[in-house]
Write a new protein. Structure first.
Length: 471
């Protein structure tokens, strides 16, 4: 049986990112009349200035890293003069042109899909005049009133800016401004060692910049698995990155030759460019949310439940503006769930323990389910096994020396409740663990499933075998 068709219903979506456009597709499939109001282009920041561009940049850096390590596999690269290739530097203007073209193509594909499904697209900014009325201020200067039975808020987030570190788009940059660079930063200072900071710091290191990473915490990636973060920080240092732990930024200033990042302890870090990666803020102010009865959290996020409802009847929320998890996959799922719930289709609430996430460093870090910290704190009674990839035969063939797989299994039942993968393409390798968590498989079921030999996934099966409880 197919999806239940909704009665004639008007749906207005504010924001065309993953939460917004995926919701629009579901609503159109269910028979609703759908309008999407988007200011910057379909796909939102995820496609145009954040996820897609940054991962494309990282992919370029990965290729260059492979060239640099080719000699470890017995391959020696030479230029046309016969000299051995040593240091490689990317032509950033060409790299950025490709990245922006790729992002624009993805946005066009999304636009065509929505138009094909009958979704009306308005270029502009939407504001709630009431819970059932949206005022759209269009880019041509006109205004349109949109009656709505259902409203989805998917307005996203924007880079956090601090008074003492104002980006100028030239030398002091947010992660959304780096794609206008014409030259590779000679000496890049990255402020912030969370996911965005760590990913882009390593990307520019791979492209040929000298990189200094300013981290206010004890280690990089402070909210991730400690074993995984340790591997990544060790890799950073081995490849020549300068990592300043327990170093909190006080200010960033322009100088005649570049920038200076001043730390709270009085030290100064000089560079040609600074990249600010100090978090994000939801785009929820000034669009009539509180007046319409939509509850906001302390940091301005839209408060939603597991089926994406806000505190106002008929108004739903999805994506980074909700602060649930800043992942495109979660935004898309929230949007789909919202429309299924609003329009009467079968719906399953958002299942956060089954969300897999990935950090696109090299090696990547992929996680799903309960974390090591939650196991250590007794949140879940689970056993764990961690196997280094260095002992895996396929890893040996590929020259992989850094990384591991880790599984968590509930004591007594052997149910797989979480896992961590640190490896090249961990984003792909974590999928079988995610299936196991989602469908409550046991380590015996995982271990009893054939893997290819040799393969990196063989380490997942081996970890599952080691978690077998003979009792």
């Amino acid at each position: 049986m197919g999806p239940v068709k909704a009665r004639a219903t008007s749906v207005v979506v504010l924001g065309g990112g993953p939460g917004g456009y995926e919701a629009a597709l579901v609503a159109a499939q269910l028979g609703a009349t759908v309008t999407v109001v988007e200011r910057d282009g379909l796909g939102g920041a995820a496609v145009l200035t954040d996820c897609v561009p940054s991962k494309a940049l990282i992919s370029t850096a990965d290729v260059m890293s492979q060239l640099e390590t080719a000699s470890d596999l017995g391959v020696h690269l030479e230029d046309i003069e016969g000299d051995e290739v040593s240091d490689s530097v990317a032509e950033v203007s060409a790299v950025n042109r490709r990245i922006l073209a790729l992002a624009a193509a993805q946005s066009r594909d999304i636009t065509r899909r929505l138009e094909r499904d009958g979704v009306r697209l308005l270029a502009g900014t939407g504001r709630l005049a009431s819970p059932s009325l949206v005022t759209a201020e269009l880019e041509d200067g006109s205004t349109e009133e949109l009656q709505a039975d259902v409203v989805l808020l998917a307005t996203g987030a924007t880079p956090r800016v601090m008074p003492s570190a104002q980006p100028d788009g030239e030398r002091i940059l947010t992660w959304q401004q780096i794609y206008s660079l014409k030259e590779l930063p000679e000496r890049l200072v990255v402020v912030g060692s969370g996911v965005t900071g760590a990913e882009l710091a390593q990307a520019y290191l791979g492209l040929g910049s000298h990189v200094t990473l300013v981290s206010s915490r004890e280690r990089v990636l402070p909210h991730e698995d400690a074993d995984a973060a340790t591997v990544i920080e060790d890799v950073f240092r081995k490849r020549g990155m300068e990592v300043l732990n327990r170093s909190r930024m006080a200010a960033v200033e322009r100088t005649d030759l570049g920038v200076v990042v001043r730390l709270e302890d009085g030290r100064a870090v000089e560079g040609t460019h600074a990249l600010l990666a100090v978090g994000s803020v939801p785009q929820t102010s000034g669009i009539g949310l509180e007046e319409a009865g939509v509850e906001l959290g302390e940091r301005g996020h839209v408060v939603v439940d597991r089926v994406s409802r806000t505190s106002a009847r008929g108004i739903y929320g999805a994506g980074d503006c909700t602060g649930v998890l800043p992942l495109a996959s979660v935004a898309a799922m929230q949007g789909r769930i919202a429309m299924a719930h609003a329009l009467g289709d079968a719906v399953a609430p958002l299942n956060l323990p089954a969300v897999s996430a990935n950090i696109f460093t090299d090696p990547e870090i992929a996680t799903v389910g309960f974390s090591q910290k939650e196991v250590d704190d007794g949140v879940v009674d689970a056993s764990s096994v961690m196997l280094p990839l260095a002992t895996n035969p396929r890893a040996k063939m590929q020259g992989i020396t850094d990384g591991f797989v880790k599984l968590f299994a509930r004591r007594g039942t052997g149910q797989v409740v979480g896992g961590v993968v640190v490896a090249p393409r961990a984003s792909e390798l974590v999928y079988p663990v995610t299936i196991a968590v989602q469908h409550r498989l046991t380590v015996d079921q995982l271990a009893g499933t054939f893997t290819v030999y040799p393969s990196l996934s063989g380490s997942l099966a081996e970890a599952a075998r080691q978690l077998h409880d003979p009792q």
